[in-house]
Design a protein. Structure first.
Length: 191
């Protein structure tokens, strides 16, 4: 090799080598700091480690009680949260709030008038978007915040109702109609 080329390589090494050394030191110190080692903290904090052990239950705590007593009190109105108030308001918007989820018994509906029985039966269909040809029923359900009329009555009865009504809703509808017709021959007469 000639001398100029040797000098050129030495200059490159002299420039690159210090940079590599500095980079190695920086990376090393970052890794040591991240691992939790290194120099103590300047802010006076001390790091302590502790070993936690599970506490074994006492013999008396392992015994199963023969009975459990639960006491409760009704919360004053100011303690109830807004969610309960909203649910109560929505359920007040229905004649039978659970008719879509709970199988009704005659004792549940015996105090309802023929009109309310009719409305309650149609409420089951209205929940699924049935529209009504009776102005009385349509006006009643349009006044409810939850009602969204989507299907014409004949379309709902022939096509959608069979698909969307649950078995509970179908049985409740039959019971409501039976009791309505007992209270008023031929059922409640809509306007």
């Amino acid at each position: 090799m000639d001398k100029t080329r040797e000098k050129y390589i030495l200059k490159i090494l002299a420039g690159v080598l210090p940079v590599l050394i500095v980079l190695t030191l920086i990376v090393g110190s970052v890794l040591v700091s991240a691992a939790g080692g290194g120099t103590p903290r300047d802010n006076g904090e001390t790091v302590k480690t502790a070993e936690l052990k599970a506490i074994q239950p006492k013999e008396v705590e392992l015994k199963i009680a023969d009975s459990i007593t639960v006491t409760a009190r009704e919360a004053p109105e100011d303690e109830t949260d807004g969610e309960e108030a909203t649910e109560d308001k929505e359920s007040e918007d229905y004649i039978l709030p659970d008719s879509n989820t709970k199988l009704l018994k005659e004792s549940d509906i015996k105090k309802l008038s023929a009109r309310d029985l009719n409305y309650a039966r149609n409420e089951i269909y209205a929940r699924h978007g049935r529209k009504f040809s009776s102005k009385e029923l349509q006006d009643h359900f349009e006044s409810k915040s939850w009602y969204k009329g989507k299907y014409e009555g004949k379309d709902f009865d022939t096509e959608y109702g069979v698909k969307v009504l649950s078995d509970i809703e179908k049985k409740n509808s039959e019971l409501l109609k039976k009791v309505e017709y007992k209270k008023s021959s031929g059922g409640y007469k809509l306007e």
